[in-house]
Design a protein around this ligand. Structure first.
Ligand code: EPU
Length: 338
């Protein structure tokens, strides 16, 4: 396997930040990982696994080994009249997988249409959009343990999925390389129209009359209207998480700001819309040098060209501070800062 040194990461992170890594290994099978382990490469330095790096902000050069899993391929493990168990290798593009399942009328991930990134990254932050999260269809994953040099399996429960969260962002951060992800998809029509923007599109239509491709198309349209096209404006999707607060806090804010979107998530907790909070602080469409806040969705920070990771990070700090000052709510970054 070929390990490249002084590797330029600019084309390999969706923020388009110009940084280098000390070395980079492009992996085409688990055998490559065993080889790296045997050679001590995984133990002697810092290791960072990236898919499309669509959720990473590089602050500076990475003084370690970047691993890029490139394994492609999908395999039906089993199926019956009502469902299919599909194993997908980590190097597949997530949105190509969505297209593949939509073409076959396999329901479950159509609401996750147009999410950038690769399949191996999907479980790390339990990708989610329009009322669906990966965990809803996730069966298991196979991963390489860089500490022990062995392949292990994780089922749904073992991944500890939460809102944009999993065990791989916490206690197992940096320890595993995801090799493949197995999904349980439905062959029976099963539209998820819970999200308001989707309900509105299909208002008055019978659920049984809505096709899977209509849902995918509706979601693509909504995303394209709000989110910047990564080919044109560099970005990493939502920069912050939607903050989860005590419902009491949300109610207090609602009396002061009747328009504030509040989503109740349990008896005691509510989620606020970070994009709304940021917009209210006047940041939507603002730009400092080449670092900016997208003009159609304030939760998305963008690089208009030559912004450095630090430029974007500094802008995010200013945004955090103003939301804290105005609403008393602390935003947490969704992107991984390296
Ligand atoms: N809003 C504003 N101003 C803004 C942005 C949003 O007022 O600039 C308001 C909207 O009007 C709406 C509410 O905030 O009332 C929620 O907005 P939206 O439906 O656009 O979704 P979001 O909460 O901002 C989340 C995800 C997105 C996902 C959408 C749709 C997070 C951090 N983000 O955004 O995920 O596509 O819901 O489900 O949970 C991503 O993770 O990269 C991502 C794009």
């Amino acid at each position: 396997m070929n390990i490249k040194t002084d590797f330029c990461l600019k084309p390999f992170n969706t923020f388009g930040i110009e940084v280098m890594s000390k070395s980079c290994a492009q992996i085409t099978s688990s055998g490559d990982l065993f080889e790296l382990f045997e050679a001590g490469e995984l133990q002697k330095q810092e290791v960072l696994v990236i898919g499309e790096a669509s959720n990473i902000l590089f602050l500076t050069h990475f003084d370690g080994l970047v691993i890029m899993p490139l394994m492609r391929g999908k395999k039906v493990i089993s199926e019956n009249e009502s469902e299919v168990i599909l194993k997908v290798n980590a190097g597949e593009y997530w949105n190509s997988l969505v297209d593949y399942t939509v073409e076959r009328n396999w329901w479950g991930i159509e609401n996750l249409s147009l999410i950038p990134g690769k399949v191996g990254a999907a479980p790390i932050q339990n990708i989610g959009a329009y009322g669906t999260e990966l965990k809803d269809v996730f069966e298991s994953l196979e991963a390489f343990d860089m500490k022990k040099g062995e392949i292990v399996n994780f089922n749904n429960e073992e991944c500890g999925f939460g809102y944009r969260n999993s065990i791989f962002k916490n206690e197992f951060r940096g320890r595993f390389v995801v090799l493949s992800v197995t999904l349980r998809l439905s062959k029976l029509s099963n539209p998820n129209l819970n999200y308001k923007a989707i309900t509105d599109v299909f208002d008055g239509k019978k659920t049984t009359e809505i096709s899977i491709s209509e849902i995918r198309d509706a979601i693509n349209k909504i995303r394209e209207s709000k989110l910047p096209d990564p080919q044109k404006i560099k970005n990493a999707g939502s920069f912050f998480k939607n903050p989860v607060v005590e419902s009491k806090t949300a109610e207090q804010l609602k009396t002061e700001y009747p328009e504030i979107p509040v989503y109740k998530i349990s008896n005691t907790k509510s989620k606020l819309a970070a994009g709304w909070l940021i917009e209210q602080c006047g940041w939507k469409g603002k730009r400092i040098g080449d670092a900016g806040v997208h003009d159609k969705q304030a939760l998305v920070l963008v690089n208009y060209g030559t912004a450095t990771g630090k430029d974007i990070f500094d802008l995010s700090e200013k945004i955090k501070n103003s939301v804290l000052d105005k609403f008393g709510v602390e935003l947490q970054r969704e992107v991984l800062v390296v």
